[in-house]
Design a protein around this ligand. Structure first.
Ligand SMILES: Nc1ncnc2c1ncn2[C@@H]1O[C@H](COP(=O)(O)OP(=O)(O)OP(=O)(O)O)[C@@H](O)[C@H]1O
Ligand SMILES: [Mg+2]
Length: 468
């Protein structure tokens, strides 16, 4: 195994030589610095450093400056502080600021060796842990994205490469194509997997609140600001900030965002000074940003910042090869969750699914699977189990689907329950409340219909007229 590299910062020459002697014998690789400045230079520019050992009093600089720089540049690398007599207070301060441990002078050699070995062991364990976690997430992340079409494979390949970097990523694509899913996979496949993933839907927050939500505010920044509040950017420190629907950001928020991307500084409302943040930003939108730029609604400079790493997920109708895999994946999970035993999709039903236009993309397909599992309980999924708009071929979609148009409702983002309720209502209205007829129209058994009527409080099924 490669010997660990220690950076030793000690301004007193005699002490530095002593440390060098003792630790060389232990087999470590050493980098030596005789001042705080030199130490900080080395930790910025040397390749790998596994541990930093610094004196607290370094002439005109302090070990605390080294500690601060190390925390920023090499987070996770343990820093051990050597303190002189009577500086325990500073040692405590160093511990509070994130030093791993401290050793007081005169330094006991055995104690020194033990403390260093222990710190390195802790670091190794935490690295193993992070590597393991990152590995798990990697599988978890990209594996959840189902589909083997060339187009999707290419998106996944590019995204996997981008995941390793800190570059700002822009994901575009129609609604329901899997932009959020992809953003999450990128976070979990990258070095920030152990850090937070903070998602903000810019369209979901009123414009007046967006700025304070994103950037936070200082106490007294406005009348109701009784105390300071960190923004989402600060909450995402050391992790990833996912900005969904970035096309919806106000001009003021866009200007601030640009600043964050340029110099990694967040300016909370009412603050006199910016706050450094260590974040990676992933943006997503289903709007045409180039079009928004033309209309003066999106900053061009911000667009170029984002467009360094663009990822475009094509709509489902342009990668129909993914449909069987997606169906299979969704059916498997839904059947497992509900304890159903569906065998598969009959060829003619599959053909219909393949022909559909999928305006709501993968989300719509997912909703259709939910639908299927309510109309078909076992055996093969046949055309009659599909929602009615799927049954119409694309050329004849104008012929009114009966009794309702679930797919268009589903692609509007309604829940399956809402759509189901709407369909039941419509069928009951059409048949004047006749359960048998309504059940035939809906292609469900009377019992199923009764059950669902009571679930949705749609009248009393036992009192409705029956005509056999
Ligand atoms: N390739 C895929 N494999 C598995 N599930 C997918 C895939 N693409 C999308 N989904 C699922 O479809 C649904 C919609 O995906 P997601 O929310 O990521 O879309 P989106 O592009 O962010 O949509 P919107 O623009 O409406 O926010 C989610 O439930 C997601 O898990
Ligand atoms: Mg989304």
């Amino acid at each position: 195994m490669r010997p660990a590299t220690l950076l030793i910062i000690e301004d007193e020459e005699r002490m530095r030589r002593l440390l060098e002697l003792v630790l060389k014998q232990e087999g470590y690789d050493l980098l030596l610095a005789d001042s705080g400045e030199e130490g900080i230079r080395l930790l910025n520019h040397s390749g790998r450093i596994d541990l930093i050992l610094t004196d607290l009093q370094l002439g005109h600089s302090s070990g605390l400056d080294v500690l601060e720089a190390a925390k920023r540049v090499l987070p996770g690398v343990p820093v051990l502080i050597i303190t002189g007599f009577g500086t325990i207070k500073s040692a405590v301060e160093a511990m509070q600021k994130g030093a791993y441990d401290y050793i007081s002078k005169p330094v006991d050699h055995d104690e020194l060796k033990i403390v260093i070995a222990r710190a390195l062991e802790a670091r190794r364990l935490s690295q193993d842990y992070h590597a393991l976690q990152a590995g798990l997430h990697e599988r978890f992340g990209f594996e959840r994205i189902v589909g083997r079409s060339k187009a999707l494979e290419e998106v996944k390949r590019l995204a996997t490469e981008m995941a390793r970097t800190d570059a700002t990523v822009l994901i575009t694509g129609e609604s329901g194509t899997g932009k959020e899913l992809l953003a999450r996979a990128i976070h979990y496949a990258g070095p920030r997997a152990a850090g937070p993933l903070v998602a903000v839907n810019c369209a979901g927050i009123p414009e007046t609140l967006l700025e304070s939500e994103l950037f936070g505010y200082e106490k007294g920044a406005f009348t109701d600001a009784k105390k300071a509040k960190p923004g989402r950017f600060q909450l995402a420190d050391r992790g990833t900030l996912f900005l969904d629907e970035i096309g919806e950001m106000s001009p003021a928020a866009q200007a601030k965002l640009l600043r964050v991307l340029e110099d990694h500084t967040v300016e909370p409302l009412g603050a006199t000074q910016g706050v450094k943040v260590d974040i990676r930003v992933i943006g997503a939108t289903n709007q045409d940003l180039a079009e928004l730029i033309k209309k003066g609604k999106f900053r061009e400079d911000l667009y170029y910042r984002f467009n360094v790493c663009p990822l475009y997920i094509p709509p489902l109708r342009e990668r129909r090869e993914d449909i069987p895999d997606l169906l299979d994946a969704f059916l498997t999970t839904t059947c497992r969750e509900r304890g159903l035993r569906l065998r598969g999709v009959s060829p003619d039903a599959l053909a219909m699914l393949q022909r559909h236009h999928w305006p709501g993309n993968v989300r719509e397909l997912h909703n259709v699977v939910e639908w299927i599992t309510m109309s078909c309980r076992e055996g093969d999924i046949r055309p009659e189990h599909l929602p009615s708009t799927l049954k119409a071929s694309p050329e004849s979609t104008s012929s009114a689907a009966s009794p309702s148009s679930p797919v268009s409702l589903l692609s509007l983002g309604l829940s399956v329950e809402e759509v189901e309720k709407a369909m039941l209502k419509e069928a009951l209205e059409k048949t004047g409340g006749n359960v048998s007829e309504a059940s035939r129209l809906l292609k469900v058994t009377r019992n199923t219909l009764r059950y669902r009527m009571s679930k949705y409080h749609l009248g009393d099924p036992d009192e409705s007229p029956e005509r056999g």
